[in-house]
Design a protein around this ligand. Structure first.
Ligand SMILES: NC(=O)c1ccc[n+]([C@@H]2O[C@H](COP(=O)([O-])OP(=O)(O)OC[C@H]3O[C@@H](n4cnc5c(N)ncnc54)[C@H](OP(=O)(O)O)[C@@H]3O)[C@@H](O)[C@H]2O)c1
Length: 322
């Protein structure tokens, strides 16, 4: 199988390589792409070294079984349509195409069937959205959700290599703030991405719009506050959700436990505990009044929120191919 990874040197790209290694997929034609800066550098996949190539329109016109993009919106906008035109299947981690009507936005455990025999660009959702919709998906499917109130606690790796470096620099006494709007060390910052005209941030509106698209249900109201915290890996979320009928807490627990790739636990859960895992963890289930429940969700943002979901899309597409 010939697979290309665009943005292979980044946080998500390197993790895609690891997740592909961990899968049973037989990749015998791996190609790794990044910017000119990284061309010629080498990365390992299953004990073999691969040389990074500079991305170009020509290499995107070649035929691949799958192309995984994680090099930011501008690179995706420029190169993914060329690769799609050449007949390739592209799984794109950027936000460039997510809300385009003709582009499937996929969490395979929830709506993977929509990409059966599909060719072209498939969008991978936003990291905070993936773990939230995964945790709530059986409840949405079996009962129906009316409202979701969510506050996120997002790791610096969500902003890529540069985000991690900024926290590490600050811990080493260099107080630069090139990528976050304030000092992140010993702090929390209630703004991720630019603030839009409606007062919400871009990250928050992704959670509103992408949740509706993935669940194919525009009636769901999502009320998000996205917050950056000085954690390296693992996004946490405090979620309050209101469902369409009153059911016992135990039923909600069973629905969450029955969800593929989601684990419910009574244990205390922190991002440090889940970093490196492909599972979305849920704990602290509570009920307040009628129809209203509270949970705590934690998952590795670079895996569950990006690389693992992308590889799961690939595997699902492959499994359904006629
Ligand atoms: N980190 C997360 O948790 C997360 C979650 C979901 C989605 N995403 C999305 O995934 C994408 C990558 O994120 P990341 O965290 O991996 O970022 P990152 O660590 O900053 O890596 C960026 C990657 O893009 C490459 N790149 C940048 N400009 C390029 C250009 N002009 N041409 C070719 N390659 C270029 C970089 O190559 P060089 O090393 O050569 O510069 C590097 O491989 C973004 O769209 C991001 O929004 C990230």
């Amino acid at each position: 199988m010939k697979v290309g990874i665009v943005g292979a040197t980044g946080e998500v790209g390197r993790t895609m390589i690891k997740v592909l290694e961990e899968s049973n997929l037989k990749v015998d034609g791996l190609r790794l792409f990044a910017s000119k800066k990284s061309a010629g550098k080498k990365l390992k996949f299953k004990d073999k070294e691969y040389t990074i190539e500079e991305i170009s329109e020509n290499v995107m016109r070649e035929k691949y079984d799958y192309l995984l993009f994680s090099a930011g919106g501008n690179v995706s906008r420029r190169y993914a349509p060329i690769a799609a035109e050449a007949g390739n299947v592209i799984i794109d981690n950027s936000s460039a195409f997510r809300m385009q009507e003709n582009i499937p936005l996929v969490v395979p455990e929830i709506n993977g069937e929509i990409i059966k025999n599909y060719k072209g660009i498939i969008a991978n959702p936003n990291c905070s959205t993936i773990q939230m919709v995964l945790a709530l998906s059986e409840i949405q499917k079996q009962i129906g959700i009316e409202e979701i109130f969510v506050s996120t606690y997002q790791a610096v790796s969500g902003a890529g290599n540069k985000g991690i470096q900024e926290l590490l620099n600050q811990q080493n006494g260099i107080n630069n703030t090139a990528h976050f709007p304030d000092i992140i060390m010993n702090n929390v910052i209630p703004q991720i991405g630019p603030i839009l005209e409606n007062g919400f941030t871009e990250e928050e509106m992704k959670m509103v719009n992408e949740t509706r698209k993935i669940f194919n249900d525009d009636s769901i109201s999502v009320y998000p506050t996205a917050v950056r915290v000085p954690v390296l890996y693992g996004h946490s979320e405090s979620v309050v959700f209101r469902i369409k009928k009153d059911i016992p807490l135990e039923t909600i627990k069973n629905l969450i436990s029955a969800t593929e790739n989601v684990v419910y636990t009574e244990k205390l859960l922190t991002p440090l505990m889940v970093a490196g895992s492909n599972i979305t963890y849920v704990s602290r289930l509570r009920k307040m009044g009628k129809n209203t429940f509270l949970i705590w969700i934690v998952a590795d943002n670079v895996r569950v929120g990006a690389a693992t979901n992308a590889v799961r899309i690939l595997l699902k597409h492959l499994e359904m191919r006629d």
